[in-house]
Design a protein around this ligand. Sequence first.
Ligand SMILES: NC(=O)c1ccc[n+]([C@@H]2O[C@H](COP(=O)([O-])OP(=O)(O)OC[C@H]3O[C@@H](n4cnc5c(N)ncnc54)[C@H](OP(=O)(O)O)[C@@H]3O)[C@@H](O)[C@H]2O)c1
Length: 254
Amino acid sequence: MSALAGKTALVTGASRGIGRGIAQKLAQDGAVVAVHFREDERAAEGTLRAIRDSGGRAFAIRADLGAPGGVESLYAQFDTGAARHGTGSGLDVLVNNAGVSGSARIDEVTPELFDRIFAVNTKSLVFMAQRALKRMPDGGRIINVSSAAARIAYPESCVYSMSKGAVDTFTLALAKEVGARAITVNSVRPGFVETDMNAGKRRTKEAAAELASWSVFDRLGQPSDVADIVAFLASESSRWITGQCIDASGGSRL
Ligand SMILES: NC(=O)c1ccc[n+]([C@@H]2O[C@H](COP(=O)([O-])OP(=O)(O)OC[C@H]3O[C@@H](n4cnc5c(N)ncnc54)[C@H](OP(=O)(O)O)[C@@H]3O)[C@@H](O)[C@H]2O)c1
């Protein structure tokens, strides 16, 4: 039987990049997947198509997690979509993946940049988890997509790194809070993955090679590299792991 048969999963930021890879993998493993996006409807349709073409089940949800009311709007749509797909409003697996970058060294940081990054990467994730827990049965899974930047000094994006460090701290506290319900909470820390998020940083062959060289495997990560780790954490096989930050960076800067 498929690892996630009969389960419902919600992946934020699943229209593109790592989130799309995670949504496809969880659907392949048997889950009905809520594919969340902010504005790129065409890309979200691409994720749905890829899932359905492989025999999976999914529906889309649109919400801006950096705007007031975004989390509430997202869950209202989730409940409707899940009911339509016959899965009730239960949520077995939440993957908090949506995120924004923001290159800025300390002398370039502005209050607006700080608020924008924290609103999406950190604040919304807390309230996504809070509301997920009202819908989650015992044995559920919460997986937060953090970053290797929480481990490796990256002054080029100091506020972004902070926003992910806070995610890892929240992961630890929440894991203890919900342990009695056999719910696990973990974060994964990707290194450089070939997505739109860092396209600007690898415009030339030399720049791409430099980013690849961070990994001991001397290549950029692909969304599927991260998705396979998330799928393990979403599965029953990971039941004894909680409160952990799992490196998903191909051994970057070991
Ligand atoms: N790529 C990397 O090298 C890397 C490394 C470490 C960690 N990460 C983390 O991995 C996660 C995914 O990154 P990625 O590279 O796949 O990013 P991406 O390709 O830029 O995709 C970002 C996703 O997040 C959604 N999103 C952006 N702003 C949002 C908002 N305000 N409200 C709701 N959704 C929003 C986007 O929706 P739309 O398509 O509608 O815009 C999209 O689905 C992020 O948390 C990121 O910090 C990435």
